[in-house]
Design a protein around this ligand. Structure first.
Ligand SMILES: *Cc1c(COP(=O)(O)O)cnc(C)c1O
Length: 400
């Protein structure tokens, strides 16, 4: 899972380049910065790595979603479809721009079920956000094809799958744009940070301007203060220290994924000993960024038995149906329409009338799947000893 495991000299060297100039801001300070543009370089390298035309660095994966939605023109009156198994940030961003999230079932990929997506498209659907959860691919080709029939843009939430691919093509490049998170537990980390990639130059330009108070970034004699603007914006700028860390982390990304794949393979072989176990379906096993191993038991009862055995060995696995941050029925603040505003917006109209009511039982297929799925996070530096210990625990759990 985590780039934080492998901070080293490379990150320090990049950071020192920044501290040596004292310029923390990504724009301006042309003389003082002596040619050091870490955020810009990080964007360029990230776009190249992913095979995308453009990249826009921002403050977080959540703001990456918000900025992409804004640049796509999404707002009040619109519906955005995402999946019922994701991190809360995905739908927070949808609500933040004033649109309403609509949730689909997940299928054996543990990502968006294309057939349920088809059923949930309405004339109000203005964007579709499949999430590549836990490092593995959604059925993105099918989802993009369905969206294209309705002329709806696809925004890939690739926060958890930086570096993952299908047939060598990077996730985040299948849709109109793709967003990434570099928060403290993500594969590539800058502490906090995010990125949006796209091949659409106009879309990128809108994001670049919006994320910086509308600044058009056209070189002009008046300097930054003399720049023009086309629309209102806000501030979601990444700072140079984050860009510096990102550059060092990006250079290590492929080796991180190789290590995770190796460790995941060991765990998967051990988990295969559990009677009747199946694994989460991978669209392309070779392109899996392998941040997690998800194994699916025959029923809830077996799932609980197996996990009780693993827990006895101090190695309990995660059951996402019990997780309050990643699974629809557990989002009591969404289902209960809790917000800080006096009117109850975004769940209510400014006058207090309800805009939407969420039914906790709306996703029975996701429930049936997740209640019998166990997940182990896979890390880069799992020692041979640790892997053996986990394998032994899985073999013991196979006996219960
Ligand atoms: C982490 C995450 C985000 C948000 O990223 P932050 O950088 O933490 O704001 C969005 N979507 C998913 C699926 C995530 O896991």
């Amino acid at each position: 899972m985590p780039g934080y495991e492998i901070f080293g000299e490379e990150e320090k060297i990049e950071i020192m380049d920044v501290l040596n100039t004292g310029v923390l801001f990504r724009y301006e300070f042309l003389e003082q910065r002596k040619g050091v543009f870490k955020v810009r370089e990080f964007e360029q390298n990230f776009a190249k790595y992913c095979g995308a035309g453009h990249a826009q660095a921002v403050t977080s994966g959540t703001t990456a979603l918000k900025i992409a939605l804004t640049a796509l023109g999404i707002g009040p009156g619109d519906e955005v479809i995402t999946q019922g198994f994701t991190f809360v940030a995905t739908w927070e961003a949808i609500l933040e721009v004033g649109a309403l999230p609509v949730f689909t079932e997940v299928d054996a990929t543990l990502n968006m079920d294309p057939s349920d997506l088809q059923k949930k498209i309405t004339p109000k659907t203005k964007c579709i956000i499949p999430v590549h959860m836990l490092g593995a691919q959604a059925r993105i080709a099918e989802i993009v094809a369905i969206a294209a029939q309705h002329n709806i843009p696809v925004l890939e939430d690739t926060a958890q799958a930086t570096g993952a691919r299908i047939g060598g093509k990077h996730l985040g490049t299948f849709g109109k744009c793709g967003t990434f998170s570099f928060d403290a537990v993500k594969t590539l980390t800058t502490g906090e940070g995010g990125m949006v990639i796209t091949d659409d130059e106009q879309l990128w330009r809108s994001m670049s301007e919006y994320h910086d108070h509308g600044h058009d970034h056209q070189i002009n004699p008046g300097g930054r203060g003399g720049e023009g603007r086309r629309f209102i914006g806000s501030n979601y700028r990444m700072m140079e220290l984050q860009g510096a860390i990102g550059l060092a982390q990006l250079a290590k990304l492929d080796s991180m994924i190789v290590a995770q794949q190796k460790n995941k393979t060991v765990l998967k072989e051990a988990a295969a000993a559990i009677p009747g176990v199946t694994f989460r379906q991978l669209v392309d096993p070779q392109g899996d960024s392998a941040t997690h191993l998800a194994f699916i038991l025959q029923d809830r009862e077996q799932c609980q038995r197996v996990n009780a055995s693993l827990r006895k060995d101090g190695l309990g696995a995660v059951n996402f149906s019990e997780n309050t941050w990643h699974y629809y029925p557990q989002w009591e603040h969404l289902l209960g329409a809790k917000s800080l505003t006096r009117s109850g917006y975004p769940f209510n109209e400014p006058g207090g009338k309800k805009r939407i009511v969420y039914d906790p039982k709306a996703l029975p297929q996701a429930a049936a799947l997740l209640e019998r799925t166990l997940v182990y996070p896979v890390s880069i530096k799992m020692t041979g000893e640790k892997l053996q210990e986990m394998s032994r625990a899985l073999h013991r759990a196979a006996q219960v």
